[in-house]
Design a binder for this molecule. Sequence first.
Ligand code: BMA
Length: 846
Amino acid sequence: MLAAVSTTASPPHTITLDQGWTFRQQGKPDGAWMPATVPGCVHTDLLASKKIADPFYRTNEKDQQWIENASWEYRTSFKVDREVLAHDRVDLVFKGLDTYARVSLNGRPLLTANNMFREWRADAKRLLKEGDNQLVILFASPIETVMPAYQKLGYVLPAVNDQAEKRVSIFTRKAPYHYGWDWGPRLVTAGVWRPVLLQAWSGARIVDVQVVQGPLTDQVAKLSAVVEVEAARAGKALLSLRLRGKEQLATREVQLRRGVNKTRLEFEIAEPRRWWPAGMGEQALYPIDVDAALPGGEAVAPFSTRVGLRTIEVVHQKDKDGKSFFFKVNGVPVFMKGANYIPSDSFPSRVTADRYRSLLQSAVDANMNMLRVWGGGIYEDDKFYDLCDELGLLVWQDFMFGCSLYPGDKDFLENVRQEAIENVRRLRNHPSVAIWAGNNESEAAWVGWGWQKQFGWTKQQQARIWGDYKKLFHVLLPKVCKEHDPGRFYTRSSPSANDDALPVNKVGFGDMHFWGVWHAQEPYESYKANTSRFMSEYGFQSFPELETVKSYTLPTDWNIESPVMLSHQRHPRGNQLIREYMQRDYRTPRDFPSFLYVGQLLQAEIIRFAAEAHRRRMPYCMGSLYWQLDDCWPVASWSGMDYHLRWKALHYYARRFFAPVLVSPTEDGGVVSVHLVSDRQKELAGRLVVRLQDFAGKVLSEVARDVRVPAGSSASYHSVPRAELLKGVDPGKVVLVAELREKTTPLGRSLFYFAKAKDLTLPAPQLAVNVSRAAAGGVTVSLTAGRLAKNVYLGGVTIPGRFSDNYFDLLAGETVNIDFRTEAPATIDLEAFQKALAVRTLVDTF
Ligand code: BMA
C-alpha cells in the first residue's frame, strides 16, 4: 500500500479560456478585431457585432453565403502563473474546433485540426510563458480547403442535401446540415464551437473510466471499471472507486509506465436499482468517482462518471416474416415510441442546457421513450445524453453520415476512425444510448435511389465507391464499436437488414424509413400496408404557427409562395405536397392563419394514422419514430415542435397516440374495429365502451364490455361492419367514440369519423369559453361545447408558455379545463390574456 498522500504539491488546474476572444476575417485590409464569444461561431459573432443581420429573418441567409468562402482568425490572451507552469504538463484542450484550424501559441504552431467532431489536446508547456500568452486560431474556409480534393477525385459523390452547385461537404468532417438540408438553411459556420481548456497536471491524469456491466441480478450488479491513466512519469498509483458520497467499492495499486496505462477495477453494487426507459419504471443512476493517489503527493483530479444498470439487446433475427428488429430492455421487449432529433439550432453552440431540457422534457411529455440522433447533425453535447439518462429517453445514435457517399482514402478513414473512437468513448457509459448506426439512408440510397444512372459512374468507379462505403460502414465503424463498446449493437445504416442477401428498406426486414407518403405522394392510408419491423422514419410537413411565422416574416410575406416563405420551405415540392394532401381531406382554408392551422391538423392526423397503425401491429412492429422532433430554425418542416419550441398539433397528438394505453379504432375492408394497445408490464382489466353519436350528442348505439388486456399487447376487442354500424345514417354526421376505463379512471378515448374532414357536416359548436384564475395562480380556460367542436385550437396568447392541451375535439355537451403553463403564472394579467386569447375550431376555417 502507498503511504498517506501529502498535499504539498499544487492541485491540477483547469482554466476555461472563454474570455477576451476577438475575431476578424483573414486578409481583409480593414480587418479590425471584433469581440467574439467562445464557444460560438463566426455567424453568431458577426451577428453580435452587427456585421450581418439575423440569418433566420426573411431571406437574410441568402446574403450571407460569402461567409463560407472566407477564412477567420480568432485570438485571445490569457495569463499563466508560475504555479501552473510548475506542473509536469500543461495541456491546451479544444473540445471542438469547426473545422480546419491552425492553432498557434505565442506565435509558434501548436496543432492543426480537421474534424469538427474531435477533441484536440496538445502539451503547451514548451510554448507557454509566465504572464501573458497569445492564442491564435486560424479557420480556413471549409469550402476552399477541400475544393482541390473535389476536383481531383475524378467522379462526383452524391450529397443530395448540400445546397451548393459544387457539393464538397462530404470531404469535410463537419455537421452535414450546415451545408443545407430539406428543412434547413445553408449556414456553413466556422469557429470554436465547444470549450477551450488549459489543463495543468503533474504525475498522472485520469483520462477516462469505462464502466463495463457484467452479470446483473436483483441481488447484485457485477461491474468493472476500466481506468485509463496517462502518466507524465513512471511510478506507482493507488486507484480507488466509490459511489458518490458512499464507501469505497474498489481499490488497486498500479505501476504506471510513462504514457497511457489501463487498469481494471472490479466492483459490485448490492441490490441494484434498475434503469428503465420512461414509462416503465425509475431511471436509477449511480454516480461514480475514481481517484488516483500518487506517492509523490501530487494531486490528481478525480474522474466522475455515471451509469444506469440495465441490460439492452437488439433482437435482429431472421424469422418467418423477414428479419426482426426490436429492443429488449432488462429482458422486456419494448415498443419504441419517439421521433428523430436534429440539432436544435443551425448554430449548435447556442443551444443551452435549458433548451435541451425543454425539448427533451417535451419528448417525455408526449410519451416518447426513444429519440434517434440522426446522422446529418452532430454528436450532441454531453448535456443532451445526461438529460436522456435522467428522463428515460433511449438514444438511437447515428454516426454523422447521411444521404451521401464518402471518400475512402487513408487520411479520411483515419480521421473518421479517431472521430468514432472519441465519440463512442464519450457516450458509452450513458444508459440511454441504445444502439449505434453507421449512417442515415446511404445504403438504401445506393440500392434504390438510382444514383448509378444519375451520376453516370463507370463500372470501375462504382466498384470503388461501394468498396469505400463498405470499408467505412461494414468494417471500420463496427470495429471501433466492438473494440470500445462491445456490449452495444451496431447497425450499418438506418434503414438496413444488415445482410447483403436481404433487401433493404423493405417491409418485413429490419428497420424501415417509409416515405411513400409525402415523397411519393401515396395516400396516407398506405402506412398500413407499409408497416415493417421498426419504423425509424416517416413524416409529413407543416408550417409553424402564426406567432412563429411572424418571427421571420413581415405580414406582406404571408403567402406560402412569397420569396420569404419559400426560403423557409426547403423541400422543392413541399408546398405542392401540402396543398395536394390538404385537398384530399380538407376544404380550402379561407385565409393564411387558417391555412397554417389546417396544415398542422393535416400533419397531425396523417402521423397519427401511421403511428397507430404501427402500434396496432405490435409485436410484429416494435418501433415508431417519426421524422422529426424539432427544427434548427423557423421553417416549414416535418417537425412536431417548431424552432421556438412551440408544440405543433402533431406534438399534442403524439402525446395521445403514444399514450401507454392506446384506444385505436380503424376501418379495414368495410369493418370497423377497436384495438387496444398496451405498453404496460401488467395485464389491465377495464371496460370498453363504444358509442355512436351524432354531432348534437344524441347516442345512436352503444356497447360496453369488460376487457382484459395482456401486458405488452395489441388486439382488436370490438368489430362491426361499417354498414351495420351506420344503418343508413349519414356518415358525415356521426362519430364513433371508443373509451376505455379502468374502474372509474378514464384510460383513453379515441374518436373515429366515417368521412374525411371535408365531408363532415360540422355544426357551429356553440362554444362557451371562460377564462379564470387557476388555483395554482395561473390561468385556466374552461370550454363547453353545445355541439361537436372539432379541433379546438387555443392561440393568440404571446406570453411564453403552452396550453395543457390543444387541437382536441370536444363532443356535444362536454366541458374541459385547459391550463396555460408558463414560468411565472401568477404574473399573467387575466384581462389581457382574455383579450388576446383566440379560439378557433375546424368549422371556422372554411
Ligand atoms: C429522410 C431524413 C432526412 C430528410 C427527411 C425528409 O431522408 O433522413 O434526410 O430530411 O427524410 O426528406
